[in-house]
Design a protein around this ligand. Structure first.
Ligand code: SF4
Length: 354
């Protein structure tokens, strides 16, 4: 696997982003931010699901004024998402851990200077968040909504901040399709060492967003690109975190949690494998140790898979084998296999340092 690009390290609250910090997972609330109860409830749900950083939209002053109360009541670092109105950024900067805004859509330089000053005073970073759907006019006209246009916009906005002697920056380059997204991040990566926030924007509902994000973010992660990421799924909170963690794990960038290999089933099967895999998935979801598990329908491939698995089951006719590190440790009736398997997994997890 390619080495991860060594970016500079910044901090969003207590979460380090970039450098040798683990790749963090972000999400965004969909409540009206001014509705403090609903927003706090959503942030707590995200926290419980394993989110590292949360972003909230700040379209109005009422939303900005609600931030003081919200950040007091949650334990996740909060990013304020601001467009157009610099006064919202100034209010938000008093409370949050990062501001996402683009200098290019704020207007007069004196206003941007004020935001940068406010961020410097509190030592909080700015995310330059380029979105292919809202490029500045000059880049849209010159390049269209292309990867080149996105990169030009990012460079312009980064320079804007650098000229104000501000470099506490992370960058995102989001498009709604995988190809432009990947192209833009790849194009910009060698040009600076700011940490990158990865995402395919407006990716759609659970199925489509999962596929697009797995391809797009997975490709970039395998390239060694990415320091923090969000999987955007229409109307989902916990699922965003679950999918993001799975992408991190399956791209080999996060060594945490179980990886379950299960056979696709075929005519040789003589057991209820589907129920068994579902039960294994449910009962091992809490495990943080990086374990490889294998659940196979017959011995044809089970022995080979078991050699690479920490704990494995090979179902047979009315019974099956439990294997630990490739060695058979038990032959049991079918209805006792999952119970024993989960016990072996839990035991191994307990003995491992996470
Ligand atoms: S492991 Fe056995 S049951 Fe499962 S797909 Fe392979 S041959 Fe079929």
């Amino acid at each position: 696997m390619k080495e991860r690009y060594r970016t500079r390290k910044i901090h969003v609250g207590r979460v380090a982003v970039g450098g040798d910090a683990p790749i963090s997972v972000q999400s965004m609330t969909f409540s009206n931010t001014r509705n403090v109860e609903a927003t706090v409830e959503q942030i707590k749900r995200l926290h419980f699901a394993g989110c590292d950083i949360v972003r909230v939209a700040v379209p109005d002053m009422e939303d900005a004024l609600a931030l003081e109360e919200i950040v007091k009541r949650v334990d996740l670092p909060v990013v304020a998402d601001i467009h157009f109105n610099y006064k919202l950024a100034l209010e938000a900067a008093k409370w949050v851990d990062c501001i996402r805004f683009n200098p290019g859509n704020i207007g007069e330089k004196s206003r941007i200077k004020e935001i940068v000053k406010a961020c410097k005073e509190r030592n909080i970073p700015i995310r330059v968040g380029v979105n292919a759907g809202s490029l500045e006019k000059e880049f849209e006209q010159r390049y269209g909504a292309t990867a080149e246009g996105m990169v030009a916009s990012a460079e312009y906005n980064i320079k804007f901040l650098e000229d104000l002697d501000f470099s506490d920056i992370k960058v995102s380059l989001k498009a709604s399709d995988v190809e432009r997204t990947v192209e833009a991040y790849r194009m910009l990566r060698p040009k600076n060492d700011y940490p990158f926030h990865l995402g395919v924007t407006e990716a759609g509902t659970l199925f489509h967003a999962t596929v697009k994000s797995a391809i797009g973010l997975g490709t970039l992660l395998l390239d060694g690109i990415g320091d923090t990421m969000r999987v955007s799924i229409t109307g989902e909170l916990e699922k965003e975190i679950e999918v993001a963690r799975a992408i991190l794990r399956d791209s080999g960038r996060e060594k945490k949690g179980v990886n379950i290999v299960s056979c696709p089933t075929c005519g040789r099967i003589e057991a209820d494998l589907v129920s068994a895999v579902e039960e294994v998935e449910r009962r091992t979801a809490h495990i943080k140790a990086p374990l490889n598990l294998s659940v196979m329908g017959c011995v044809v491939n089970a022995i080979g898979e078991a050699k690479h698995a920490d704990v494995a089951i090979a179902f047979g006719k009315g019974n099956g084998l439990i294997m630990v590190k490739g060695e058979i440790v038990a032959k049991l009736p079918e209805d006792e296999l999952v119970e024993r398997f989960v016990k072996e997994v839990e035991l191994m997890a307990e003995n491992m340092e996470v």
